[in-house]
Ligand binder design. Sequence first.
Ligand SMILES: Cc1ncc(COP(=O)(O)O)c(C=O)c1O
Length: 425
Amino acid sequence: MGMSRRTILTSLSLIGLLRPIKSLAKETAMMNSEAIEQNLINSQSSNEFWFWVKQSFTVSPSILNLNNGGVSPQPKSVQDAFVRYNQISNEGPAYFMWRILDQGREPIRKKLAQLAGCSPEEIAINRNTTEGMDTIIYGLDLKEGDEVVLAKQDYPNVINAWNFRELRDKIKLVWVNLTLPSEDKDYLVQSYVSKFTSRTRVVNLTHMINWNGQILPIKEIAEEARRRGIYVLVDGAHTFAHIDFKIPELGCDFFATSLHKWLCAPFGTGMLYIRKELIKQIPPLFPNDNPYSEDIRKFESLGTRSFPAEMAIADALNFNDLIGIARKEERLRNLKNYWVEKLKRLPSVKILTPLKKGFSCGLGIFSIDGKKPEEISDYLFTKHKIFTVAINWENIHGVRITPHIYTSESDLDRFADAIAEYVKS
Ligand SMILES: Cc1ncc(COP(=O)(O)O)c(C=O)c1O
């Protein structure tokens, strides 16, 4: 499981560590992944380390992908594991998937719980954020007239699910319309809290808003909500394995995320956290034989799904461990700051993402006066083969730029030069 010792050694020798590789091999054989990570931290300059990370991916040299916010590529070690597990499965699917590979699920749950900072008994492994959010949105026992506070800037799938509950069950949706970017914690908290009434049952929060990278002060909003007995549901699609936090610190009741985003796990893998005491209240979308049980595994009666994808989550977790979440967050924030610093000097460019630490990280958005977002992103792709995404959602209009850990400063120079040329023309 994880990066094979051979892969690690090849990578280390590639970047020329100071110590002879033979003695390193001997040491490495005795090391666990934490010790290997420590060795990397101690032995290399930051540039060498991030070069090694870049080499661990297989991204196309033909395009520069700055839309990693959509979905992440997987490191080679994860892709290889996926292929391996698929081949094993095909030797006899019912036997190898259900009797052999399936045994990997509990260790993965434990490892996910370690990164999330909660009990494994609070983690269900599923396919994506949408599934996790819908599990809660449809699972909560809400009656006609019950109120749910949510924002116009939430994710469309989530909004659609709440709209459907309103239509079907006559609950009342109470909308927050955020003016973003904001580095004003009080404003953000009050935008939600001012909507709470005695009928409010749920507040729906997006931890990092996908349109512009805004991070919401979940902890402060959750404190106000829970004091009033309001459930706190968090869409964490963009924060898990991106920023350094533990789910219980947020004080939320439910947290859904996709592992194919910042964790770089196989496509179609996700995770749902439910605070232990609440598990029994939420029946699964796909019921098992005891929908009101206290066992988080009741949310995993999904029918046949991709075992190779699910099992290779472990390899993505190992790769993530090797980098370390604190260092990953710092790198992602630095990359955002790097391109922002270059663009913000250009006339007519506006940065629509908050820059203060705690309010954003790796995902950012900019606009150019007089230009439509799609004109800018079309120019970037047609002329420079730089792939980005134009955002036009509610009051947010711009081009979203999402580097990832494999993106280099010189990649971002290329992007910034392209925008400088565009602004001049
Ligand atoms: C904030 C947010 N929530 C939910 C989702 C849905 O994620 P998935 O398609 O993995 O279910 C996304 C996807 O980009 C997102 O940005």
